[in-house]
Write a protein that binds this ligand. Structure first.
Ligand code: UGA
Length: 446
């Protein structure tokens, strides 16, 4: 593939960097551009500015196939296919902010040689609007379905590759298909508007599954059922499937909250009220707050109590805390007058910026020292490996609220903790409560 023109990648955020390094891994020359000079300098020194497993190795292994630049002209001169990976953050109205996409398009107009391949998540209809403004540019929608933390593996082993193109852009869609074909996975060739909608609908459906199982979990708590058993029994039905049925303290991250509200807003802009997504969003917001009630059940008023949040990232294997449940939880706890400590194995830097009033600890042990409760917010494996028996002696009250149903209730109960999960049988919670009842009662009276 050395004789071919390089592939252009515009925007070297998380999606762009995964895309660029994986294309290089497939043997392509790649020229990647970003307006952030600091990021480009760092990448040219082969330093990865994000936490994503596998990227370091890909960057090192394919260094000679990867060029990083701040100049759009460099990309336009050498590449024909331009993969647009700039971000589309939410605006106050819930619409996606397309200004960065528009800035890219502005530099392409009147350039018939190029194809713009949209990987950024954009509302349905964006492709049509772009073709209106830059009619010479072939436009292809190729949404990404990568998950943070497993993005490299997801890229290299896709379930499907969606490629949307309208009349006149088939040549570009064929070239994109040829790039992705060696990876396997079903090819979904369709029109641009449908490809755009597939992305938003897929994320909205996954978020709906999570809010659904969270509501089931809340009902399980009322009727004495165990949501993990319920999810297992449901998930074995092939029509339902086992994924995304883990109850917890809600979904977060830079994608689901943004995309669900963008789809709701997109529908609203056309006059259609997307009732189901309104509920999905509300359930998720309330779910992040349910931990407060569980703490109060054991500790009474939270004013003056120290609560340790274990895990701040929106999920394990990432340092991303955007829209993480930890943000809402920390603010609610502080609103109740509690002192909040936090520990995350990798998200300390971002947490320092987004959680300025939370006391950040250097280890789980440090966070738990003298704490009245531990709240597990992110299921980092190291929290399961903690020596919980010795944590019991460090803490002021032996109370664990497991926001991800990740720890083993029995061993925590055996170690003398009161244990609360999400949607677990009341017998677990009751057994845990009795073990620490005396201390909880004492804490309440303090
Ligand atoms: C999500 C989608 O899964 C990707 O397919 C998509 O490409 C990406 O958004 C995107 O649009 O860029 P991501 O946000 O990285 O990926 O993370 P997920 O693994 O989907 O998790 C999202 C949130 O849902 C996390 O907070 C996680 O803890 C939560 N979750 C996930 C649950 O609460 N329960 C589950 O069963 C699964």
């Amino acid at each position: 593939m050395s004789g071919e023109r390089p592939i252009g990648v515009i925007g070297v955020g998380w999606v762009g960097l995964v895309t660029a390094t994986c294309f290089a891994e497939l043997g392509h020359q790649v020229i990647a551009m970003d307006i952030d000079a600091k990021k480009i300098r760092s990448l040219n020194r082969r330093k990865v500015p994000i936490h994503e497993p596998g990227i370091d190795q890909l960057l090192e292994r394919n260094a000679e196939r990867l060029t990083f630049t701040t100049e759009m002209e460099d990309v336009l001169e050498s590449a024909r296919l331009l993969f647009c990976c700039v971000d589309t953050p939410p605006t106050y109205s819930g619409d996606a902010d397309l200004s960065r996409v528009q800035a890219v398009v502005g530099q392409l107009a009147d350039n018939g040689d190029h194809a713009l391949i949209m990987k950024s998540t954009v509302p349905s209809g964006t492709g049509r609007a772009i073709r209106r403004d830059a009619s010479d540019v072939a436009y292809v929608s190729c949404p990404e379905f990568l998950k943070e933390g497993t993005a490299v593996n997801d890229f290299l082993h896709p379930d499907r590759v969606v490629i949307g193109a309208d009349a006149g852009a088939e040549w570009a869609a064929d070239e994109v298909e040829a790039i992705y074909r060696p990876l396997g996975g079903e090819m979904v060739r369709t029109d641009v508007a449908s490809a755009e909608m597939i992305k938003l609908a897929a994320n909205a459906f996954l978020a709906t599954k999570i809010s659904f199982i969270n509501e089931i979990a809340n009902v399980c708590e009322e009727v004495g059922a165990d949501v993990t058993e319920v999810a297992r029994g449901m998930g074995l039905d092939k029509r339902i499937g086992p994924s995304f049925l883990r109850a917890g303290v809600g979904y977060g991250g830079s994608c689901f909250p943004k995309d669900v509200s963008a789809l709701k807003q997109l529908a609203g802009n056309t006059g259609y009220h997307f009732q189901l997504l309104t509920a999905v969003i509300e359930v998720n917001e309330l779910q992040k707050r349910r931990v407060i009630g569980k703490l109060q059940k054991h500790l009474g008023a939270l004013a003056g109590k120290t609560i340790a949040l274990l895990g701040l990232a929106f999920k394990p294997d990432t340092d991303d805390i955007r829209e993480a449940s930890s943000l809402v939880l920390a603010a609610r706890l502080q609103g109740e007058g509690a002192k909040v400590r936090g520990y995350d194995p990798v998200a300390e830097g971002p947490a320092g910026k987004l959680l300025p009033t939370v006391e950040l600890s250097g280890s789980a042990e440090e966070a738990l020292d003298g704490a009245h409760a531990a709240v597990l917010v992110t299921e980092w494996p190291e929290f399961a490996e903690l020596d919980w028996a010795s944590m019991r002696d460090r803490m002021a009250t032996p109370l664990v609220v497991d926001g991800r149903n990740f720890l083993d209730p029995k061993s925590l109960r055996d170690a003398g903790f009161a244990y609360e999960g999400i949607g677990l049988t009341s017998s677990d919670a009751q057994a845990g409560e009795s073990a620490a009842e005396a201390e909880s009662a004492e804490a309440r009276s303090r």
